[in-house]
Design a protein around this ligand. Structure first.
Ligand SMILES: N[C@@H](CCC(=O)N[C@@H](CS)C(=O)NCC(=O)O)C(=O)O
Length: 372
């Protein structure tokens, strides 16, 4: 008890000193340390996290990033025969490794099913999840996760056989009496149960641990409908639709919002900052048209925001515990947001143009706070 009190007192003094040292850059709204017993308890808990160090130090000392992926999500993370992992989620793992360790190759990919993923973060088996994971209120609060910037704005849809009478204009009400297959431990199973109830459709929901089981059952006629994030349906249709079947995806407007992005354990600000600003740097560099092909030449002559991200004048990376050129390495070794998106998702027919994943200047939702 006494040592906890001393720790708290030490932190209280540190906060006071830091607040006093904020100087003219301060916005002037820094909250004074609270003095009520309840607030003090909260503050003490936060201090211990800081005192025990951030995952950032652990990952840097280890020299490898343990990154949780699906391994079977088409165009997002697919484990190849040689053990390598391809896809946009895999590239975001590499980007964090490039930023934090300086080497995009320093990733240990850990394939996780939907129901295994959050435990893997909590036990420390993975440092971050890049696993088509939707940001939800319960995951962000009671489940104990924190979420980074959305890297792909998705939404849940359904897929069925045209031969069964379904079309692009089918609705959830049309699946009355259907057997629907999906993955357990997902937002998907909850959304479809709720949507069917609201639409007055009586369905039989079959839950599977892996997507491969879902699609095998669907192809063999064990279910009429398969449902998950729209991007995954598109990927599976491109890859798995048998020559003698025609699959259709509906409804045109998804039945849910599925913002996908990095997920990690809660209350580790230094780690969260490193992951989040890796993604933000990729988005900002994309706005300026910086790519892996031109980043060296661009950084050699860059000014203002690009210069700061490159590690030049006014750089902000070293104060975050990263090397000054951390984001230069991210772009050079992995690419900007647009580059990574196009490389992985265009081949399955997913394009940024006209979608929520376009940049904000092009009418989309991909937006970053400023690097300043
Ligand atoms: N975004 C949803 C669904 C995520 C999910 O697990 N989707 C399935 C279907 S795409 C999946 O990743 N399967 C790949 C696998 O078998 O590992 C969530 O966060 O709950």
């Amino acid at each position: 008890m006494k040592s906890k009190f001393l720790k708290f007192l030490a932190l209280f003094l540190t906060i006071t000193v830091v607040a006093a040292a904020c100087g003219s850059d301060s916005d002037g709204d820094d909250a004074a340390p609270a003095t009520t017993a309840a607030a003090a308890a909260t503050t003490t808990a936060q201090v211990e996290v800081v005192a025990e160090g951030s995952l950032l130090d652990v990952v840097q000392a280890r020299g490898t990033l343990n990154c949780g992926v699906s391994g079977s999500a088409v165009a997002f993370s697919e484990t190849q025969a040689d053990g390598s992992v391809t896809g946009i989620d895999a590239d975001f793992c590499r980007a964090v490794a490039a930023a934090v360790i300086g080497d995009a190759g320093a990733v240990n990919f850990v394939a996780l099913t939907a129901s295994e993923r959050f435990t893997a973060v909590q036990t420390g088996d993975v440092d971050v999840l890049m696993r088509n994971t939707t940001w939800t209120q319960s995951r962000d609060s009671s489940v104990g996760m924190d979420f980074g910037p959305t890297t792909y704005y998705d939404g849940q849809q359904l897929m069925a056989r045209v031969a069964d009478g379904f079309s692009g204009s089918s609705t959830v009400a049309d699946i009355d009496g259907a057997v629907v297959c999906t993955n357990v431990g997902t937002t998907t199973e909850k959304n479809i149960a709720e949507a069917a109830l609201l639409a007055g459709a009586d369905i039989t929901l079959l839950g599977f641990e892996t997507s491969d089981e879902v699609y095998d059952t669907f192809i063999n006629g064990g279910c009429d409908i398969t449902t998950t994030d729209g991007s995954a349906l598109v990927g599976r249709k491109v890859k798995m639709q048998p020559a003698d079947q025609e699959w259709v995806i509906f409804p045109a407007t998804p039945i849910s919002k599925e913002p996908l992005g990095p997920t990690y354990g809660q209350n580790d600000s230094a780690w969260a900052d490193a992951v989040n600003w890796t993604v933000y740097a990729m988005i900002i560099m994309d706005e300026y048209g910086v790519t892996s092909a031109n980043v060296d030449a661009t950084c050699a002559e860059a000014e203002a925001e690009v210069a700061r991200l490159c590690g030049g004048d006014g750089e902000l990376q070293t104060a975050m515990g990263l090397s000054a050129d951390a984001f230069h390495q991210v772009i050079k070794q992995v690419g900007s947001y647009g580059e990574v998106y196009d490389r992985n998702l265009n081949p399955v027919g997913l394009y940024r143009e006209g979608s929520a994943n376009a940049g904000w200047l092009d009418g989309g939702l991909i937006y970053s706070p400023p690097a300043r």
